[in-house]
Ligand binder design. Structure first.
Ligand code: GDD
Ligand code: MG
Length: 354
């Protein structure tokens, strides 16, 4: 089986992290976002993944592909646009890579969503209804920033409305599709939107079905949602793979769900958690307080600093007694001075200190 992942965005909403790393390779739960998806595809029987990109892939992306092609024993290729083709055009461009002789359906994934990826269930759902296309949907409180899906009985989609101005429903497109090859005949090779031009048409012909996603879901393409998604993901691990989380140490060093790479060093009298991810090689000095945050690979948090509801990018240093809070995002190699305070109420949301 084959799959295409839409990785074309520039990731502007995750700056400054995306100044030094393409968005799909930004770490989430201590591994690149893209890897969560590729591993899920592999588990569902996919053997070939096409990454649809719209700009020159940087060296780091090529290295990632080389490394994981080998590790996962999958074929991973690029399909590169010379100009952005939107969310449907890239499928037309990669047409030859997606069609195989068996006529099997293929997966299409947005690259910035995180969930439990029930892809095997989706294959079963698609086979059972027998129509042309399946999409995964989930319920959210504010549907206006997503594609809204109105369903009839028996999971058939009646309407698909991208970013509606008025309330039409609270089930939204989760960015995971399973499509028959015939869908490719509907897409022209030009900049075009699958949400605005293709899905509404298939729905009007009653050939689009929606499966309600079990479990959590989040689009992690912006800092606040990234941190919410992280909380959901850690919660999911607590229930399904608790061995990946730190065990509460009894002397209250660790509270709630905390994930730390085994090479990270955590000093004495720290208070870590809930909802914290600590990357490889990090040094958390004594007396540090961390909660609701991500501390990426190679970071040093010096004595008595406090980081909350924020993301600290790779190899940065937070000085002693400093405070980083309120959805602050530090890029790679940022140096926060001793006792410095960085928080949204004091500075803009995104600190572009490099
Ligand atoms: N190759 C390529 N070329 N990829 C692209 C392009 C392009 O020109 N434009 C966007 N993408 C990729 C993005 O990288 C992302 O993975 C995906 O297409 C969707 O684009 P976003 O910019 O993240 O869209 P969105 O979040 O506003 O809305 C989409 O996702 C929602 C779920 O998170 C839509 O699919 C909504 O219907 C959906 O609800
Ligand atoms: Mg998105």
């Amino acid at each position: 089986m084959k799959a295409l992942i839409l990785v074309g965005g520039f990731g502007t909403r995750l700056r400054p992290l995306t100044f030094s790393m393409p968005k799909p390779l930004v770490d989430f739960g201590n591994k690149p976002m893209l890897l969560h998806q590729i591993e899920a595809l592999k588990a569902a029987g996919v053997t070939e993944v096409v990454l649809a990109i719209n700009h020159q892939q940087p060296e780091v992306m090529l290295n990632f592909v080389k490394e994981y092609e080998k590790k996962l024993d999958m074929k991973i290729t690029f399909s590169q646009e010379t100009e952005p083709l939107g969310t449907a055009g890239p499928l037309a461009l990669a047409r030859d890579k997606l069609i195989d002789e068996s006529g099997k359906p293929f997966f299409v994934l947005n690259s910035d969503v995180i969930c439990e990826y029930p892809l095997l269930e989706m294959i079963e759902f698609h086979t059972n209804h027998g129509a042309e296309a399946s999409i995964m949907v989930t319920k959210v409180d504010d549907p206006s920033k997503y594609g809204v899906v109105v369903m009839e009985e028996e999971a058939r989609v009646e309407r698909f409305v991208e970013k509606p101005k008025h309330f039409v429903g609270d089930k939204i497109n989760a960015g995971i599709y399973l499509l028959n090859p015939s869908v490719l005949d509907r897409i022209e090779l030009r900049r075009t939107s699958i949400e605005k031009e293709i899905f509404p048409k298939i729905a009007s012909e009653k050939k689009l079905y929606a499966m309600v996603l079990p479990g959590f879901w989040m689009d992690i393409g912006q800092p606040k949602d990234y941190l919410t998604g992280q909380r959901m993901y850690l919660n999911y691990l607590r229930k399904n793979a608790p061995g990946k989380l730190l065990v509460s140490s009894g002397d209250d060093v660790v509270i709630g769900n905390v994930m730390a790479d085994e090479t990270a060093v955590i000093g004495e009298r720290c208070l870590i958690g809930p909802d914290v991810v600590i990357g490889a090689g990090c040094v958390i000095e004594p007396g540090v307080r961390l909660f609701g945050c991500t501390v990426m690979r190679g970071v040093r948090i010096k004595e008595h600093a406090c980081v909350s509801d924020s993301i600290v990018g790779w190899d940065s240093t937070v000085g002693s007694w400093a405070r980083v809070a309120d959805v602050t995002v530090l890029g790679k190699d940022v140096q926060v001075a001793d006792a410095e305070v960085l928080q949204m109420s004091a500075k803009p949301e995104i600190i572009q200190k490099v």
